[in-house]
Design a protein around this ligand. Structure first.
Ligand code: ADP
Length: 467
């Protein structure tokens, strides 16, 4: 059974279920029909006997009889005569009726049973059932009680097989119809199942194609519809789209990373070759070492940033969320960063009291540091940085403002992309990962970072999170 295709299994299953239902219905119908038929036969027997009951007369004297009408049969009976009217039906619908004396002598009519009438005792107005040669018979007796007839009985007999003709017809019809119904349902069901399962074939084909060709651009196309399989296909397509986007990001990340690492690497190897070929004065050697040290520092920072990205995306469980006193965090991080004092820039900070959120202390401290370090890096000589933490409409707003070089409008959207650096900052210590890391951390906390900036006037980066 396991090796059968799904459509065959489903068809076999419901055909078996249908067969059981049809058989059950068939047996029930036969049993009920048989009961109804038997009851009809018994009612017919009683009715025939009762109708014949009034068709017998007794005459003690022949002169009382109206022989001119000749409307019946005349029999000599005891001291008089019996008149059996023509309406007395001794056989109708296989119900046989006879007139029998109380000592079981058949006077008139028919007895279809091979037994002598006296083998069946008279019981007035009650149906008796007896079996002869494997056939059931119903016997119904009525005692006559009008004057001169009180020693006579009317006996009706009918065979139970009387109903078998109709039953045979019902059985024959069912035996023809039943297989036809089952075959039609089986074929119809098989086709419906086959049509219904077609999308699954399409889904598995697409998945196979993607697996073999590494073509994440391929999508499952089922045409219009809104059933479970169409929804399954949509889910798969969404998944393929996300995988595709993720692979694209990874690919770009790797290519950007190798590109970015290549520059300091070439500077280091060029510097090494130059110094080996021409060692020069101790001062020149020192300068060469400084270049190598700066470039390797840049590389190591870039590698650390990339590692942090990978951890944040690939292993978010690593950063456990806990209740954080953001006021305390902002104050302590800014206190340390104020010591940088690069280019004579002054850092001022103010934090609203008691701002507590769920988050990762390590990541949020990293986010603040990245924004403040940028404000120093792109600040002007003797400039200012303002850090402010406040709450507003159930939101936490953390802003880092500087009066530095600012960012051009067209660059403001790009600065959050990985490895993006404005031309002016390329030669600096950064690697273009600081802001993208900060916005990744904000997203990780269910928030976002917005930027407002004007060239030569300064920039404000604001982190917005839900309380
Ligand atoms: P980088 O390592 O180059 O600083 P970031 O991702 O932190 O990389 O920043 C991307 C770019 O955004 C920077 O190269 C710079 O041009 C611009 N930028 C970031 N912060 C500021 C700021 N406070 N003032 C002006 N420009 C900024």
């Amino acid at each position: 059974m396991r090796r059968f295709p799904l459509r065959v299994k489903i068809t076999l299953w419901f055909t078996s279920a249908l067969l059981i239902v049809v058989l059950f219905t068939y047996i029930s119908v036969l049993s009920v029909s048989n009961q109804i038929l038997q009851k009809t036969i018994r009612d017919n027997l009683i009715e025939t006997v009762e109708n014949n009951y009034n068709e017998i007369r007794f005459y003690s004297d022949i002169s009382d009889m109206d022989l001119s009408e000749k409307s019946g049969h005349f029999l000599k009976f005891e001291s008089g005569y019996l008149e059996v009217n023509d309406d007395f039906l001794d056989e109708v619908n296989r119900v046989y009726t006879s007139i029998t004396s109380s000592d079981y002598v058949l006077l008139y009519g028919e007895n279809p049973i091979s037994l002598s009438t006296k083998d069946i005792k008279f019981i007035d107005s009650r149906i008796q059932t007896l079996k002869i040669d494997g056939t059931n018979y119903y016997v119904f007796d009525r005692k006559l009680n009008s004057k001169g007839l009180d020693s006579l009985w009317i006996r009706g007999i009918v065979s139970e097989e009387q109903g078998s003709v109709q039953m045979t017809a019902i059985i024959r019809l069912s035996l023809i119809l039943m297989p036809i119904i089952v075959i039609i349902s089986c074929l119809g069901g098989y086709n419906i199942v086959k049509e219904t399962l077609k999308p699954i074939h399409e889904i598995s084909e697409t998945a196979r194609h993607i697996g073999e060709e590494n073509d994440l651009k391929k999508r499952i196309e089922l045409g219009p519809g809104n059933d479970e399989l169409h929804r399954l296909a949509d889910t798969f397509n969404d998944m393929f789209a996300k995988l595709d986007a993720n692979f694209e990001t990874q690919r770009r990340f790797i290519s950007d990373a190798s590109h970015e690492l290549r520059t300091p690497m070439s500077v280091i190897s060029a510097q090494c070759e130059l110094s080996l070929e021409n060692p020069g004065s101790p001062q020149e050697c020192e300068n060469a070492f400084r270049v190598i040290s700066r470039q390797s520092g840049k590389m190591s920072k870039m590698i650390n940033d990339m590692l942090d990205f990978t951890r944040l995306e690939g292993d978010p469980e690593r950063y456990k969320f806990e209740k954080i006193d953001l006021t305390e965090l902002v104050n302590s991080v800014c206190e340390d960063l104020a010591l940088i004092g690069e280019k004579g820039i002054k850092l001022e900070y103010s934090a609203e009291e008691g701002v507590v959120i769920d988050g990762s202390r390590e990541l949020l401290s990293r986010l603040i540091t990245n924004l403040v370090v940028n404000a120093y890096r792109y600040g002007k000589e003797g400039g200012r940085i303002w850090v402010e933490l406040k709450t507003q409409d159930k939101k936490v707003l953390l802003s880092v403002r500087d009066n530095g070089i600012g960012i051009k409008k067209e660059e403001q959207e790009k600065i959050f992309e990985r490895f993006y650096q404005s031309d002016a900052s390329r030669s600096g210590a950064g690697a273009g990962l600081g802001l993208s890391m900060a916005s990744e951390i904000a997203r990780f906390h269910g928030g976002k970072i917005m930027v407002e900036s004007e060239p030569e006037k300064g920039s404000t980066f604001t982190l917005v999170m839900n309380l």
